[in-house]
Structures are given as structure tokens and as C-alpha cells.
Write a protein that binds this ligand. Structure first.
Ligand SMILES: [Zn+2]
Length: 102
């Protein structure tokens, strides 16, 4: 099973308040049969999405939990005109970047 919408990154928007809790969430998910979690930080008027920074956090959590569950970076994108403009204007760092489509 793949969890395609999870606020798993510590201290990022709706995520857990500590990395210990994030690690425990990953452990519980893996024990429950989740093989892959897509971390989906918000990209909206309240939360700026910096793909480079967030990818670093995913990498950090991956180092803590190992290979189960697999972790990758997605985006909880608020679909609005302003958000689209902001993301495309900053395509190299936003969730509309080419790197996010790989
Ligand atoms: Zn969400």
C-alpha cells in the first residue's frame, strides 16, 4: 500500500512536532503494511513550498527510518490562481518544478 498524502515531516505545517514522532509514525505505517509514504507539505498562501529544503528533510527522515517505508516528496497544492502564479514564477523551487515530476 502507498500513502500518497501524508504530513510526515517534523516541524513542517501539519506534521509532527518532533523527528522522534515522525520516525514512530513511519514505524507504525510500515507495521501496518504501508510500503511507501509520499510526504506532502502544503503549498498555499500560508505555507511556502521550497522543494530543495523539503527534499533535504525527506532525505534526513529516510536516513532515520531506513528503507521501510520508502519515502518520497510530493506536494499538497492549494489550487488557486495566486498559488499557480507563485509556483510557476518560482518553478525551480516550487512544487511545479521539473524535479517534482520525476
Ligand atoms: Zn494535506
Amino acid at each position: 500500500m502507498i500513502d500518497i498524502h501524508c504530513h510526515i515531516l517534523a516541524e513542517v505545517d501539519d506534521g509532527p512536532k518532533s523527528w522522534n514522532v515522525a520516525q514512530e509514525m513511519c514505524r507504525i505505517a510500515a507495521a501496518d503494511g504501508i510500503e511507501h509514504i509520499v510526504a506532502t507539505p502544503h503549498a498555499n498562501e500560508r505555507y511556502h513550498y521550497d522543494r530543495h529544503y523539503l527534499a533535504g528533510l525527506v532525505h534526513y527522515l529516510r536516513q532515520q527510518v531506513g528503507s521501510a517505508p520508502k519515502l518520497s516528496l510530493g506536494c499538497d497544492f492549494h489550487f488557486s490562481y495566486d498559488n499557480l502564479q507563485g509556483n510557476w514564477m518560482n518553478a525551480s523551487r516550487g512544487c511545479g518544478s521539473v524535479a517534482s515530476r520525476r
